[in-house]
Ligand binder design. Structure first.
Ligand SMILES: Nc1ncnc2c1ncn2[C@@H]1O[C@H](COP(=O)(O)OP(=O)(O)OP(=O)(O)O)[C@@H](O)[C@H]1O
Ligand SMILES: CC(C)(CO)[C@@H](O)C(=O)[O-]
Ligand code: BAL
Length: 330
């Protein structure tokens, strides 16, 4: 198992918005409104996006954004419903962002399911779909992004240890999307918890006028977190993949006994599973710093099942008896 150096909570803290509860306790108004019956406007260029959003801006309507890479599933649908209830106009971006994929990763094979995505967006009451080409987002070419967002130390651990260039690409494209759409609020999934933490930190640190909200992870009936990459799994791998959420659940169930017990319980389940190659299993506080006894925490896991890398995480309340094992000793 990879061991990662502890991350300083104070560097990365976003105390204004944490975990699932933060999303539901947001100050944003909740405005249940039925899905619009109109088809979404499809904007492919910056000019088309401006034209699509101008009437909403002129009318003083609030705009929400759900950034995605397409291959939409019920997890994305939940983010859209969450955003739609909190805004007058819902924009969804569909863009497989090349700069967050390393050369050895799956950019070329990433699922692209435009017709199905469009039908889902129409059904979910999306007002505007922004689906740019690569050169619209990167006019000088994705390899020459020029000015990029430095994601800081949190981007070097956990996902960042395996994917060292990933979060620079994510934050750069999300900053661009925020600049283009200028949303009042943006919704991201807790499934990608480290990504959500980094985007919150970016918006706060760079004074971006957008409220970043996290929405809970949507799961398959057996507990597997929904993910576009689940499509890569064959039947046997799909059965094995449930080990990630089972491990997290075992950890959550041990929360009263403290941090050491949480990690041990989760570790036993994930390492006992055939064909599941653990990358990391870590316990953090809700800001992804060091977990504290008697406080809310986050248990995060990543593993390879066949050639597919999957991640998942769950929140828990740690018992007082928490003494962390030395990570290097595990
Ligand atoms: N199961 C889920 N529940 C809630 N939100 C999710 C879920 N899966 C993805 N999201 C969120 O949807 C947004 C778009 O993610 P993306 O398009 O990369 O889908 P994905 O399923 O995470 O794909 P991948 O398999 O590439 O990780 C992100 O904010 C992500 O956290
Ligand atoms: C936030 C995001 C859309 C940026 O490309 C992507 O990382 C994702 O889908 O999670
Ligand atoms: N949802 C995470 C996007 C990625 O893995 O590139």
């Amino acid at each position: 198992m990879r061991t990662n150096a502890p991350v300083s909570g104070s560097l990365l803290a976003d105390r204004s918005a944490q975990s699932a509860n933060a999303a539901t306790s947001s100050t944003t108004r909740v405005n249940p409104r039925p899905p619009s019956r109109r088809s979404p406007i499809i904007a492919r260029t910056r000019e088309e996006l401006d034209a699509a959003l101008r009437p909403m801006r002129t009318n003083g309507q609030t705009i929400s954004l759900v950034p995605t890479m397409g291959a939409l599933h019920d997890g994305h649908a939940a983010l859209m419903a969450y955003a739609r209830e909190r805004s007058d106009c819902l924009a969804v971006s569909i863009f497989v962002n090349p700069t967050q994929f390393a050369p050895n990763e799956d950019f070329d094979s990433y699922p692209r399911t435009w017709d199905d995505d469009l039908a889902k967006c129409a059904q979910l009451g999306v007002d505007v779909i922004f689906a740019p080409e690569v050169d619209t987002m990167y006019p000088d070419g994705p390899g020459r992004a020029g000015i990029t967002v430095d994601p800081g130390p949190l981007a070097t651990v956990l996902e960042g240890a395996t994917r060292p260039t990933h979060y620079r690409g994510v934050l750069t494209v999300v900053a661009k999307l925020f600049g283009l759409v200028r949303p009042d609020l943006a919704v991201f999934g807790e499934k990608d918890y480290q990504q959500l933490s980094l985007i919150r930190s970016m918006a706060r640190t760079l004074c971006m006028p957008v409220e970043v909200l996290g929405a809970p992870t949507v799961r398959e009936a057996d507990g597997l977190a929904m993910s576009s990459r689940n499509r890569y799994l064959d039947a046997a791998e799909r059965r094995r993949a449930v080990a990630l959420s089972r491990a997290l659940r075992a950890g959550v169930n041990a929360a009263d006994e403290g941090a050491e017990a949480v990690l041990a319980a989760a570790y036993d389940v994930v390492t006992a599973a055939d064909g599941v190659d653990l990358d990391y299993l870590e316990l953090t506080n809700t800001d992804m710093g060091t977990p504290q006894p008697g406080a809310e925490a986050r248990l995060l896991v990543a593993a390879r099942v066949g050639t597919t890398r999957l991640l998942d995480n769950m929140g828990l309340s740690l018992g007082d008896a928490a003494v962390l094992v030395d990570r290097e000793a595990r």
